[in-house]
Design a protein around this ligand. Structure first.
Ligand code: M6R
Length: 599
């Protein structure tokens, strides 16, 4: 989704801004632009398409200056073109803004501004903000920004600069913004990677806060003008973690990082005797769990339902965050709302969390990005500790979310005084090894990818705890390869999707051993009887499966509760290799954003 970077200091700002924008590319965007205070006036250069195009356009202009703001835009209001790209200027060309989020009352404000004589040139909601600030500007940019924000409904992460004052103003409501503190230089950004090469000292702005930033100082206030002291966080990620380390794509690197990632999620939380989580309320008092999330995180939530019911004997419901927030969910102090999010910034998940808090439920976040908004608003949390996930298609976050849910389920079981099967705990500790073994199937998966890279459709089928894995496999394939794919509970195909099956339909079965194995084999037979092509993920291939399956991917044996973490590996690889063989932009698939900060 849209990205922001800003710089104020003593160095040339253009290379810093362009480098920062490149670091934000993974968030997804369709145009980009930059504004620099160059010899006393604001110069704006914008381009549709990739940052490389903006970069080569900039070579024609030779911008020079030490203050600037820049933006990658992911279109919401108005098509992706140069006119709609940010930064936007006011009528005088003396105030520039970049904005993430959505101004909900932009129609009314546009009418008002046009009536007052403003000429608004783009189709965006964002440009309105530049004109509102112009309307109020009287020599004090911060004051005019506050006045403008008072008229705005909706979400914003905003950076503003002007010709007359050597400062950048930033403000936040609902869309992340950070301040980076350097040595006689300051940075602003929507996301840590944009500025990590320059500083690890970060301040996270909260909603309804505004900061006035000069090259060697910052002041943070709320919208009523009261000064606020904020904690300075030290970022633990290294710049090296943001590199591809010899892999062709971030996604591939992140798939292969999973053994280490899972070891990090487990570290310090499990030993022979106990599961240790820091949960600051009495979890045994909880009567019901509701989990909300979006996309891949919603798939891990579905697996969590199986685990929490089975291992923790806890009634559990799962909801799409976007649906939950607009129902009238019945929740109270005996309920626990778990929100799962890699980024910790997904707008719908955050809104669902706030809805649950408002109703008095306890809240717990399963989040990767340290310091993200969700982590700051939940009562308790389990960090994934898998390092930055840059590929838009989530991989290592998914497997570690499932591991975090396993830990939670065992933890609740332990706190309830129920016996824990030592064998599963041992296997949990062995998961990184099992994932390594699954990754060793990469060559076999590549052969299958080559065979089916031109398929138009795919079906993914699983049962029980592996049904959500089928959903995840299908989502991975469609989002990066643009092949239509559906995940289904295997028994459900008889109620409709079986009509699609013919000799051109690859059907991926999650068929590792569990109590439903005979049923899955029957479902395979139903597909085979209609000439479907069967690709089976197995760990103990029996005679029947060998007869029915056209292709077999063998993963290592683990207990059924842990099997989703292992079984998803070949599905991630299959999606990756197909997309790569089709020559697609695997890490930045079309129309998608890494962090979805608008609803
Ligand atoms: O950061 P989150 O986990 O909250 O993101 C949720 C979804 O947007 C995300 O999982 C999305 O579905 C991914 N592109 C899936 O690969």
């Amino acid at each position: 989704m849209c990205g922001i970077i800003g710089y104020i200091g003593q160095k040339q700002t253009t290379p810093i801004l362009i480098d920062g924008l490149k670091k934000l590319e993974y968030r997804g965007y369709d145009s980009a632009g930059i504004c620099v205070l160059d010899k006393g006036s604001l110069k704006v250069i914008k381009k549709k398409g990739k940052i490389a195009e903006l970069d080569s356009e900039l070579k024609e202009h030779n911008l020079s200056g030490t203050i600037g703001i820049a933006h990658t835009r992911w279109a919401t209001h108005g098509e992706p073109n140069e006119k709609n790209a940010h930064p936007h200027l006011d009528c005088s060309g003396q105030i520039a803004i970049v904005h993430n989020g959505i101004i909900e009352n932009h129609h009314g404000l546009r009418q008002l501004l046009v009536k007052e004589g403003h000429s608004i040139v783009s189709d965006t909601d964002s440009e309105i903000v530049a004109h509102l600030i112009e309307k109020f500007y009287n020599g004090d940019l911060a004051k005019a920004t506050v006045q403008a924000l008072q008229l705005i409904d909706g979400a914003y992460g905003l950076a503003v600069m002007c010709q007359a004052e050597k400062k950048i103003i930033v403000a936040r409501r609902g869309s992340p913004l950070i301040i980076g503190i350097g040595d006689k230089e300051m940075f602003v950004a929507s996301d840590v990677p944009a500025i990590l090469a320059h500083t690890k000292k970060i301040i996270y702005l909260s909603d309804d806060e505004l900061a006035i930033i000069t090259e060697d100082n910052y002041t943070i206030k709320n919208l009523e003008g009261k000064k606020i002291d904020k904690e300075i966080h030290e970022i633990k990620w290294s710049v090296a973690e943001l590199e591809k380390k010899g892999f062709k794509h971030f996604m591939l690197k992140e798939i292969f990082e999973q053994p280490e990632a899972i070891a990090n999620t487990l570290r310090g939380r499990i030993n022979d005797k106990e599961i240790k989580l820091s949960i600051n309320f009495d979890i045994t008092k909880i009567k019901r769990i509701v989990i909300t999330a979006c996309g891949t995180s919603w798939h891990s939530a579905l697996i969590g339902k199986y685990l929490l019911e089975d291992l923790a004997l806890m009634p559990t419901e799962v909801d799409y965050a976007s649906e939950f927030r607009y129902r009238n969910p019945i929740l109270g102090p005996d309920d626990l709302m778990i929100v799962i999010s890699q980024s910790g910034e997904t707008a719908d998940t955050l809104a669902a969390l706030r809805e649950a808090k408002g109703k008095g439920a306890k809240t717990l976040g399963i989040v990767n990005v340290v310091g993200s908004t969700i982590t700051r608003e939940v009562d308790s949390g389990i960090y994934l500790h898998v390092g930055p996930e840059i590929g838009v298609a989530s991989t290592k976050a998914f497997s570690s979310q499932v591991v975090a849910l396993l830990l939670l389920a065992f933890y609740i079981r332990q706190e309830k005084g129920l016996a824990i099967d030592k064998k599963i705990i041992k296997e949990l500790n062995n998961l990184p090894e099992k994932i390594k073994e699954a990754l060793s199937q990469a060559e076999a998966v590549k052969v299958i990818a080559e065979k089916f890279k031109s398929s138009k459709n795919f079906l993914y089928l699983g049962r029980g705890i592996n049904f959500p894995v089928a959903l995840e496999g299908a989502l991975k394939l469609k989002e990066i390869s643009y092949i239509h794919a559906e995940g289904y509970p295997a028994a459900e195909i008889k109620h409709g999707p079986i009509a699609l099956i013919d000799a051109n339909m690859p059907v991926v079965f999650l068929a590792t051993k569990n109590n439903l194995s005979p049923k899955i084999i029957s479902n395979m037979a139903e597909v085979k009887a209609r000439s479907g092509i069967i690709i089976a993920v197995v760990n103990e291939p029996d005679k029947e499966i060998k007869k029915l399956a056209d292709y077999i991917i063998e993963v290592s044996i683990t207990s059924p509760e842990l099997s989703p973490v292992v079984n998803v590996i070949p599905l991630q690889l299959l999606a990756y290799y197909i997309a790569d063989m089709k020559g697609l932009d695997v890490d930045k698939p079309r129309n998608l954003a890494k962090s979805v900060t608008v609803e």
